[in-house]
Design a protein around this ligand. Sequence first.
Ligand SMILES: Cc1ncc(COP(=O)(O)O)c(C=O)c1O
Length: 436
Amino acid sequence: MTISREGTNLDPWYGHYADRTSGLSASEVRALFAVASRPEVVSLAGGMPYVSALPLPTITESMDRVMRDRGATALQYGSGQGTPELREHILEIMALEGIRAGVDDVVVTTGSQQALDLVAKLFLDPGDVVLAESPSYVGAMGIFRSYQAEVAHIAMDADGMIPAALTERIASLRAAGKRLKLLYLIPNFHNPAGVTLSSARRLEIIDIARSAGILILEDNPYGLLWFDRPAPAAMRSVETDGIVYLGSFSKTLAPGFRVGWALAPHAIREKLVLAAEAAILSPSSLNQMVISDYLDQADWRGQIDVFRGLYRERRDAMIEALEQYLPDLSWTMPNGGFYVWVTLTDGLDSKAMLPRAVKELVAYTPGTAFFADGSGRGHLRLAFCYPPPAEIREGIRRLATVVRGEQELLETFSPTGPITAVAYDPHVASPPPNLS
Ligand SMILES: Cc1ncc(COP(=O)(O)O)c(C=O)c1O
């Protein structure tokens, strides 16, 4: 079969793809993760919520009730914007983080991942720049890349994005003639850095974005999963016109429903609905109705407390194991969410080390996944959400074996002689992270 001169034996359509597909690449670590999902491997890699802690009989009752009482509606197409009942519930949930909005301002999406895609589709032309934390969420960067946009990382520390670094970067990118379109932030319990943007910085960053005329995209799937104290109020609670806010049921309920939402200023919201209709016609009526029923009937706030307790215990297990087995590394101290961001000792390479870790039956995500330019070899992300505490401890013990092996290799072959490890000071509760 001859289709095109540019085709190859492997793919006869090779020369036909749109330019934007050049950004679609399988993660280099995808094949390894297939191995890492074997039961004997302790996976500290994926951000999978611990759905086994959900009240499955209660959710089953909701499903039964929806099908029994309103089955024909549940199985039908619905509104492109989502059901009014679920949007009312979403307002109630967002109020917990200080957000006041109207039911018309909310668009229900197929996970917040689809909301990210729709916002990118509305705003990004090839060559446009998205400002994002350094590091940033791998799934968002994949979307920005698929619209041929560039990601410019802004330095962070233990209090989140550094406002002065943002101001400087905006000026230098503008001087270079770049079009800056979005400022993408995960203010609470950051994926992958684990840190939370301080309330003072939230206000500063809103001011900077407002005066630079850049739309903020506030992505907040983890905000309600705090451990010791609630996160500061959402950025959207103090600024309405310059922010598109994204929420999700994936981490506080279950990702299998694939239900999230966007809250946007009026004009953007109208375009979001049109874009959503073009993409999927309407989000799943059945899943929205089941979630609404669950929120009406179940103690969903109590269930979020259950998750918070469970993840706090796992965070503690991970931090204690890191202190015990890997005291010469440094890491962030998350006050919620799923992730710890680890900084390796000089010379170690998280990407090169991963196959050896999987051989030792432990998996993590190398730092390179979270930087648009593939840097980040000196870091790795550990997720504490899925394995129980004993497994987390065993996983960190295995990781320590791998890290020690790598450090010994480096010492042996280092031209400058053995490397001295920096002593960890247990009096410093959270060692200063270097996230830039
Ligand atoms: C920061 C962030 N945003 C968005 C998502 C997408 O979530 P979902 O599409 O399941 O709502 C994730 C999932 O891990 C995430 O960590």
